[in-house]
Design a protein around this ligand. Structure first.
Ligand SMILES: CC(C)(COP(=O)(O)OP(=O)(O)OC[C@H]1O[C@@H](n2cnc3c(N)ncnc32)[C@H](O)[C@@H]1OP(=O)(O)O)[C@@H](O)C(=O)NCCC(=O)NCCS
Length: 467
């Protein structure tokens, strides 16, 4: 590993140039000005084609294979920007001035400190938990630490205390009335206090977005260390967001090249249209829940192997194939079983994913020194050729962002179980930006299901049912 980021900048510049030649010009926006609702559209299973809302945060052009944040091509942002600047751009809607950026960076550094959340996290058996579940827990703890909302909503009100709710609390004696209940819990207040309303408003705003962008990195790094039997580290205020994230995981200050690569990976993962985790965040926000609850829903949705979990599967797949010479036979067998190849295909992209266009060359650059990484990369290249050769033209199946991100993370020393959490650390910027935007014109999400079941069935008492 060279310890200068100049080499990386050259690799990115070359990748951007090549991508530009292959993709063509900057995409036109599919729609200008405000739309007139209701909108006619054709909806497929999995809400394919459905339009959930209008947005100016970002645009994925699947047929061209390009990605835009707030009007800026992600290729340009990769070449010239930083994760901090991209986060500002996403949540504020414009590039910052120098002083705005410095102020935002100072806030992010300040908000890395979440001692209350750390204390609670360290009291949990995090080492035995799914890392994404632990991060969800952490973002919920941040809600408590940063807003006091939980305290306010659950503050005991002696006038309205009720007996235990027998639906949710285990009873030693079946209750036949309030006098038999064993436990007593305060009832949440029906009316929120003025202070609570204020806290609710703050918990939905830009400050909460900034806290979550900073804090999720701290939580994730702490989860990694606790799982490995080590104490979480204090954030280093001298380091950038990406460099500090790597430092808080490993305890080693990364080289400028490593820091730049992490920064790039974060830029490329910061936002991506109306994907499942973004939609999950918006659905929760639309009920007038708050930013912390919304983001923890995004984390939950990202956990699945069809979404953020795919990069872990890619590394497992490459390990399973073992060698470039085994790719063709492995692929034939996999295809015969009708199984998908992790890291390929996308609901929207029917061309090469622009993020993979940058991460692929970065993976090439990084793998020089490690035999294992070299073998994985050669296997990946061979697999890419074989899959594109078979399914590229015919089905529009190309590598997606997850195909190379796992290799890049591996070379940065990030353990496989931390791939999806690392994706979440970056995507918080997009989730929060889109929640902020949606809340300006909120309407609760309520799609329909088409009922295909039976009607008018006659209820049969238990002792009349056959068998
Ligand atoms: C991303 C993904 C979930 C998109 O799913 P989708 O839009 O619902 O697409 P479908 O599952 O309907 O696939 C459409 C067709 O492409 C094929 N296909 C999609 N992804 C494929 C893959 N990774 N490998 C092989 N074939 C694939 C399907 O078999 C299907 O073929 P068919 O029309 O003959 O039935 C899907 O491509 C996938 O599971 N990829 C692997 C997991 C992954 O990498 N996820 C990360 C996404 S960033």
């Amino acid at each position: 590993m060279v310890d200068t980021s100049k080499g990386i900048k050259k690799v990115v510049a070359r990748a951007v140039e090549k991508a530009r030649r292959e993709i063509g010009g900057t995409p036109e926006s599919p729609s200008k000005g405000r739309l007139k609702w209701p909108i006619q559209c054709t909806v497929g299973p999995g809400l394919e084609g459905a339009i959930a809302c209008e947005s100016q945060v970002g645009f994925v052009n699947g047929s061209q294979g390009s990605l835009v944040y707030r009007g800026y091509d992600v290729l340009d942002l990769s070449a010239h920007s930083t994760f901090e600047e991209v986060s500002y751009l996403l949540i504020h809607g414009r590039l910052p001035t120098k002083s705005q950026l410095e102020k935002f960076e100072r806030k992010l550094v300040e908000f890395r400190h979440i001692p209350g959340t750390m204390r609670v996290l360290m009291g949990f058996p995090v080492e035995k938990m799914n890392a994404m579940a632990a991060i969800r827990l952490g973002t919920n703890m941040m809600r408590q630490e940063c807003t006091q909302l939980d305290v306010m909503e659950a503050r005991r009100d002696p006038d309205t205390a009720i007996s235990a709710d027998e639906d949710s609390i285990a009873m030693e004696v079946p209750p036949s009335g309030e006098e038999h209940a064993i436990y007593e819990f305060p009832k949440a207040r029906g009316q929120k206090s003025a202070r609570s309303e204020k806290a609710m408003a703050a918990a939905a705003g830009i400050e909460s977005a900034t806290r979550l962008i900073a804090g999720t990195a701290t939580i994730t790094a702490a989860v990694a260390r606790i799982r490995e039997g080590r104490m979480p580290l204090e954030p280093d205020p001298e380091l950038s967001h990406a460099a500090n994230y790597l430092y808080m995981i490993s305890g080693k200050r990364p080289s400028p090249a490593e820091a730049k690569i992490m920064d790039l990976a974060m830029i490329l993962h910061a936002d991506h249209g109306m994907n499942a985790s973004t939609f999950a965040s918006l659905v929760v926000a639309s009920t007038l829940s708050d930013m912390y609850m919304s983001i923890s829903s995004g984390v939950a949705a990202l956990n699945g192997p069809l979404h953020g979990g795919a990069n872990e599967r890619v590394i497992e797949t490459l390990e399973e194939i073992g060698d470039p010479g085994n790719v063709k036979a492995w692929y034939r067998a996999r295809k015969a079983e009708g199984r998908k190849i992790p890291g390929f295909g996308h609901r929207v992209y029917k061309r090469y994913d622009p993020r993979a266009r940058i991460l692929g060359p970065i993976a090439n650059y990084l793998t020089g020194s490690s035999e294992r990484a070299k073998r994985l990369l050669e296997t990946a290249h061979e697999l890419e050729q074989v899959v594109i050769g078979d399914l590229g033209e015919e089905k529009g199946i190309y590598p997606n962002v997850d195909f190379y991100s796992g290799l890049v993370y591996t070379c940065l020393g990030i353990p496989t179980y931390l791939f999806t959490p690392t994706f979440a650390v970056a995507r918080v910027a997009g989730w929060t930006a889109r929640v902020l935007e949606y809340m300006k014109n909120n309407r609760i999400f309520r799609p329909r299901a088409i009922y295909t079941g039976r009607l008018n069935r006659r209820y049969q008492p238990l002792d009349e049912r056959p068998g």
